[in-house]
Design a protein around this ligand. Sequence first.
Ligand SMILES: Nc1ncnc2c1ncn2[C@@H]1O[C@H](COP(=O)(O)OP(=O)(O)OP(=O)(O)O)[C@@H](O)[C@H]1O
Ligand SMILES: [Mg+2]
Length: 574
Amino acid sequence: MGDTRLKETYKRYWPYIKQYKSQYFLVLIGILLTVTATAGTAHIMQPLMDNMFIKKEPRMLYIIPALLIGIYILKSVGRYIQSVFTTYIGMHIISLLRQDLLAKMIRMDMMFLYTNRSGELMSRITNDIARVQYFVSKMLPELVQEGFTVIALVGYVIYLNPILAFWALFVMPVIIVPLIKITRRLKRLSHRSQEKNADLMTRLTEVFNNSEIIKTNATEEYEIARFREENEHFFKLNMKATYTGDLVSPLMETIAAIGLAAVIFVGAQQVYSGNMTVGEFTAFLTAVGMVFQPLRRVSAIYSKIQDAQAASERVFHIFDLKNSVVDGPQTLSKPIDKIDFDNVTLNFGDKTALSDINLSIRSGQTIALVGQSGGGKSSLINLLLRFYDPDQGEVSVNGQSLKTLTQHSLRRQIAAVSQRVYIFQDTLAANVAYGSEIDEEQVINALKMADAFEFASSLPDGIHTMMQEFGANLSGGQRQRIAIARAIYKHASVLILDEATSALDNESEKRIQSALEAYTADKITIIIAHRLSTIEHADEILYFEEGKIIDRGTHSELLETSDNYRRLAGKMGE
Ligand SMILES: Nc1ncnc2c1ncn2[C@@H]1O[C@H](COP(=O)(O)OP(=O)(O)OP(=O)(O)O)[C@@H](O)[C@H]1O
Ligand SMILES: [Mg+2]
């Protein structure tokens, strides 16, 4: 039943599992207690019938009930120890796994993070990992326990009466075949159910992230209907698994009844003929009845294994992914004073986002990128941040290829305000200082330069006011100014502003611009903007179309030489 795969899976969990040797030892003690007590329950039937009821020995009136209580105390203690420590192991492992999985995901390259739906990733971390818990903690001890119980009871039954034992147990192999069929089907269903769960999570994150647009377009009903469809599908899939999975128990019970019937038929004759005492027969019957209990549980465990295995495979798939952007050996410790793009080409699948880009920027310079939407401007920035590696050519800073540097040290030197503004659910100051210590004076300075201090002071708790998720309590322009302040606070040698002032009025933009002039004097500044006033003072303006730089020069040069730029400048107005 996929035993090699099971072994493989266990091997992968081994580094986690092996830390819990003492807990597993306690679990084993619990198991031994439980198994001994279970066999004892069957064995006590013999003196109960023979000595107590048939021979009517008076002292048995005390001994048997006392023994019974003792056996059940033993069993309960065993059960408790076992349950507590398996849960401990399981919960601890999954919390470690969850931590490791998030670490793995967030360290993956941007291509991975862009292409995987956030709902899907969340579903891996929450749902799939939870399904694994059973596998790493309960399953093995349960299998061991039920295995021991079956062996102990079967041994006991054979010891009591081998011939009768044959009649009782001949049905066992009959049970195995349907069981295998059922578990196969369950595994398939479980895979699909987990995928569906990821779909549901994706829908939910999408709905809540896009709530504004849903309200604007009055598409609540549409979204509800879409969700209902997915939800019903999920329900049906889970019910299919239930129809199949729940067959196991009644099926086994029926087969077990046949075995019991055979035992009674044969056994009663032996009792009639005096080959067996009533007590022996009762003990035998009890033991046989109890054999089927663990057998039934083992089959239930098998169906859960399918579920956990499917989840494990999905989790390990993520752990096995290779990062396509790999750190180089060197740390960039000096500020960046030179950026070079040499014949750089970047493709997304068949689509060329950038081709043959040649560019050299020195510190103190301001470069502006303009042109067509989808022309490749943001992609150029992403290459500089090393979100991707170019397919051809090389990007380098201070004469060193980005591939030779650690990503961490590179990005510490670059402050970027991206086209999409990100606000964390934290205080305004923490948002500005994001990732480093909060220095209030510096925060206020950065806010002043970003023309955001005035509005920050008007907030109820000033710079210590909590921002909401996505900055929901802010205006678009306020969000942008916080993002600019964050970039300024970083004091990096490269400042990138990708449409960073698109939501601001001209006055505010001008204030920021003049504040930045001194700040960026010794830095490299790259600006992407649609407003002429923002870019006309740039040292070089690059005009992008379909991933190529088709015109370049200063504002006045381009006005003379480039039709494209003139057209753009006309559109940009002012
Ligand atoms: N992660 C991605 N996967 C696939 N294609 C992408 C990805 N990112 C960008 N592209 C494609 O690369 C091209 C360049 O995109 P880019 O974002 O660089 O344009 P842009 O010049 O910044 O445009 P805009 O002014 O609209 O922001 C576009 O055609 C876009 O569809
Ligand atoms: Mg862009």
